[in-house]
Every structure is written in structure tokens, then in C-alpha cells.
Design a protein around this ligand. Sequence first.
Ligand SMILES: C[S@@+](CC[C@H](N)C(=O)[O-])C[C@H]1O[C@@H](n2cnc3c(N)ncnc32)[C@H](O)[C@@H]1O
Length: 279
Amino acid sequence: MNVSTDLKNRLRKKILASKKYRESGLNGNTIADLIGQEASRISSEKELLKAVRRKLHNIVAPYLGQPDYDSYTERLNRINDVSLTSPELREFCLDVLREHASTAERIPFMDAFYRELFRQAGHPAIILDLACGLHPLAFPWMELPLTTRYHAYDIIQPRIDFINHFFSKIGLAPLAENKDILVAPPQIQADLGFFLKEAHRFEKRGSGCNRRFWQNIHVDTLAVSLPTNDLSGFHSLTEYHRRLVHENLPDGQDILEVEFTNELVFLIKIKSEDHHAQK
Ligand SMILES: C[S@@+](CC[C@H](N)C(=O)[O-])C[C@H]1O[C@@H](n2cnc3c(N)ncnc32)[C@H](O)[C@@H]1O
């Protein structure tokens, strides 16, 4: 089906005005991209709208249960000691991290997680946190200096505003951005990219899209992680996810696996010539 700019805008507005997404602050480029993608195999406007809604649901619905950012912001503003070791600040961060399953599950082994990743990949001065969710709130456990350039990307505006407020409050540069990283991969040169627990969902957005995406990111090491079990906790996904990563691996890249309780991290050393030429 041919989609005119007019139709694209109309459908995008319709979805953004719907009850489910009205208050989400969802990035419109994500919807436009899905419309373009689905239009190639669908012939009616009604079916197109349905298909885009379905895809969108898979991408963002599990993480739309928004924490109450206003009350978290007020609570953060009342914290006197915002140093990275402050018990009050850490308790606050833990409460926020508990709001999403992906970050909540990591809490029991956060210290070991960053220690081991940085031992393998080096301590990063510039980070890209790709599809970050609430993960930037784990910064106090990374034991990195406040000079770190922490670029965080998500497609939900209130989440980005909250993360930037948190960054400013603790003394980090507010570098979170509302950006669909598949539509426009960040072009910043960084030491480490976190791409945690999202590659399997990206694969549902478009088969093989991880490969293209990983090739377009300029980092020395890309840390791609995936859950080792499904949500019931009973079925192992390790082999399935290992295959997903290896099938999407850009040619000739080295890879190292580090396993934590329920999260398997693949450290991919990016060594493309283009990438090094830029350094
Ligand atoms: C599983 S959660 C975050 C997980 C987080 N990386 C972690 O493991 O701690 C996925 C997040 O990715 C965001 N997201 C999904 N697709 C995205 C895209 N194309 N660009 C940027 N962010 C995206 C969602 O809004 C959601 O907040």
C-alpha cells in the first residue's frame, strides 16, 4: 500500500490521541516508522492501523505502566545528600529501579554486574545507554566519576525528563534524549554501549534489525544482554538468545559471554575500520 505523508500523519495522530498512548509522551517517529514498515504488506487503511497498533503494543506496552514521575521528582528534590554513596539517594534509586521488571531483576547482583563488565571492557568515560528504560538510575552502583558522559535514549518523553532531572541533581550532565535508536542510531563515539534486555523485542519489530543497528553504533564495546529465562522463570531462553546474538553479529567481531543470575551479557568488541578511523 502506498502511504502518503498525509495519511501517515493522520494515522500517527490517531494513535497518539488514543486512550492508551495519549499521556505516554511516545516518540512519533516510532509510529511513523512502523506505518512505513507495515504498509509494504498491507492494502487497507483499517488493517494498517490495526497492524501498527499490534506492533506498537509489543514494543512499548510492557513498559507503559508509568511510575509516578511527579512524586518521584518531589521525593528526589527533598533528598539532602545526593552524593553517590548517600543511603537516602540509593534507597530512592532502588525504588525507581523496582518499577520495571528488567531493572528490578538486576538489583540483587548490580555491584557484581558493573564490576565484571568494566573489568572486561574497561571503565568507560562515555556511555551510550540504548533503550535505557530506568537503567540510568543504577549509576550510583557503577562507581564511575561524575565526569562520565552518560547518553541515555528512550522513546517516552516523561521518562527522559525524569532521567535528566536525576542526572542534574546528582551532578551528571543531563544527556538523556527522546530518540528512536532504530530510526536514528546515535552517532556519538563512545567507549561502551549498554543494550540491555531489548534485542529480543527489536527482533520482533523487524527480523534482522539488530544486525543493522549494531553496525551503525560507534562504540568500542557493545554490551548486549538478554534474560536467561522467560517471565514464568521456568523455561530457559539461553540457547535461543545466544542464537539471536550470533545470527546478528556483524562479521568478524569478537564476543565474550558473561552470565549473571538471570541475565546473559554478550560483550561485543566492535573493530570496524570506519569506527577506528573516527577516533
Ligand atoms: C526492557 S525496557 C529497558 C531495559 C533496560 N535497558 C534495562 O535492561 O535495564 C525497554 C525500554 O526500551 C525503550 N525502547 C523500545 N524501543 C526503543 C527504541 N526503538 N528506541 C529507544 N528506546 C526504545 C522502551 O520505551 C523501554 O523503556
